[in-house]
Ligand binder design. Structure first.
Ligand code: PFF
Length: 444
């Protein structure tokens, strides 16, 4: 751990890398299906509240822990609170990263599959897109055959290092994805009948609300912002000393939320406009679960001129957004092995890949296993990790150290005004809110 740590090269690079981790399948695949399941607008309102009250303060906290310690997630707790059990919070994070990769890589494989189907034109010829997606789900060998190349794609970027691999790829692909989503959103909302989809997204309707909606929205917020497992601790450890952590957290969270909502605006109006049974669409959306994106979007592309081109471009960018997230997940585990057990980055990455491929194979064969990994990580492991990170910041770290991180050693004196409110959130508001949401989600 004595070797000099690399840092990201530029301010834009820092935001792009952190946003690259945050923006991924969570926004474009998971957010819409969770929103459908959570009853639309109500879910979105609670989700946004979670981003504001938990997400931004927690992201700042993870950045601070990472930059103050300049170590991997478990090493960071060890360094800032030597000889205490806090390092277990970091270890839980490493385990969570592993669990997430166990299903995330499978979905990433689907995006590659759909990309190549778009390129070859075969997706364009499919009549029943829902049955087509079901056929993929029922074919584990095919899912595995697309997942494994994706794992190795991530390995390639991890091995080529922090600056070249992560930062450069995020800087190019993220803005492209954003632009493409805007084009698709415009096409979607100009379809006839799209307005019902927009109203499902933005007009709260209490008749579809479930008692777990708070837990679901909180889990989605943690998942989407890559919080609660030390991913942002690891990235924070590569930040420069003059990075404004408060500003960066706000920028990354805003970008991430915009992408999720844009994805909703692409998917729901088209789902409502293109359905044959408007009466049952809400139930279908709820039941559609993981397939929503892979069924509704190809239908939207078929409404556009040059549908193959749009579809190939979209699935290519989606695969890249997934890649910048899998890189961050893999980085957390790899740098942990590298720094704590002294294995080389290459060996560490290969070890991680072997484990992830095994989990991915089981997930491809068993949708139950897939769902258990998804629910366990997003709804339990990440919020629990976030809960302890809050307690660590609020009760264990010295106030002065937090002040130094917040103000960049005094260079941003105006930030000092945030300190007391920020500590109050970390000490009381966020931990109590997380606990209450758990209890309500489980008992309610
Ligand atoms: N935030 C990513 C997404 O929304 O797709 C997923 C993710 C990446 C979760 C990294 C957690 C993490 F540490």
């Amino acid at each position: 751990m004595t070797e000099k740590r690399v840092t990201f090269a530029s301010k834009i690079g820092i935001v792009a890398a952190a946003a690259g981790s945050a923006v991924g399948l969570g926004n474009i695949w998971r957010f819409p299906s969770q929103t459908a399941d959570g009853g639309g607008a109500i879910f979105i309102l609670i989700y946004i509240a979670c981003i504001l009250f938990f997400g931004i303060p927690l992201m700042m906290s993870e950045f601070m822990v990472g930059r103050a310690a300049r170590a991997n997630t478990a090493g960071a707790f060890q360094k800032l609170a030597p000889g205490t059990p806090w390092k277990w919070v970091g270890r839980l994070g490493v385990l969570t990263g592993f669990v997430i990769m166990g299903f995330y890589m499978v979905v990433s494989g689907w995006t590659l599959d759909y990309f190549f189907q778009s390129l070859s034109g075969s997706l364009h010829k499919v009549d029943n897109l829902s049955a087509h997606f079901d056929a993929l789900q029922a074919n584990p060998v095919r899912q595995i055959a697309w997942m494994i190349p994706f794992v190795f794609l991530s390995v390639f970027f991890i091995v080529s290092g922090v600056k070249k691999g992560i930062e450069r790829s995020a800087k190019i692909f993220m803005p492209l994805l954003f632009l493409l989503l805007i084009v698709l959103a415009i096409r979607s909302i100009t379809l006839e009948g799209a307005i019902r989809g927009l109203s499902f997204l933005f007009r709260p309707d209490l008749s579809h609300v479930k008692s777990t909606v708070f837990l679901d929205a909180m889990g989605q917020a943690f998942f989407s912002l890559s919080l609660g497992m030390g991913c942002m601790i690891t990235y924070g450890s590569y930040f420069n000393n003059n990075t404004d952590l408060a500003k960066t957290s706000i920028q990354v969270s805003t970008l991430d939320t915009l992408v999720a909502i844009l994805a909703g605006v692409v998917i729901f109006p088209s789902a409502f406009a293109l359905t044959a049974n408007p009466e049952t669409i809400v139930n279908e959306l709820v039941a559609g679960g993981p397939g929503l994106l892979f069924i509704t979007l190809p239908e939207l592309f078929n409404q556009m001129p040059l549908s193959m081109v749009w579809s190939a471009l979209f699935f290519c960018l989606l695969a890249l957004a997934a890649l910048t997230s899998t890189i961050s997940l893999m980085e957390v585990v790899t740098v942990y092995l590298h720094e704590e057990y002294r294995v080389s980055r290459l060996k560490g990455t290969l070890l991680v890949s072997a484990g992830v491929i095994i989990l991915g194979i089981i997930s491809s064969y068993s949708s139950l296993f897939f769902n258990v990994l998804d629910v366990a990580s997003a709804k339990f492991m990440l919020p629990i990790g976030g809960f302890f990170i809050c307690l660590f910041m609020g009760w264990r770290l010295k106030k002065n150290l937090i002040l130094l991180q917040l103000t960049n050693n005094g260079e941003l004196p105006a930030r000092a005004k945030l300190l007391n409110g920020y500590l109050f959130l970390l000490r009381y508001v966020i931990p109590i809110a997380i606990l209450s949401i758990f209890v309500y989600g489980i008992v309610g």
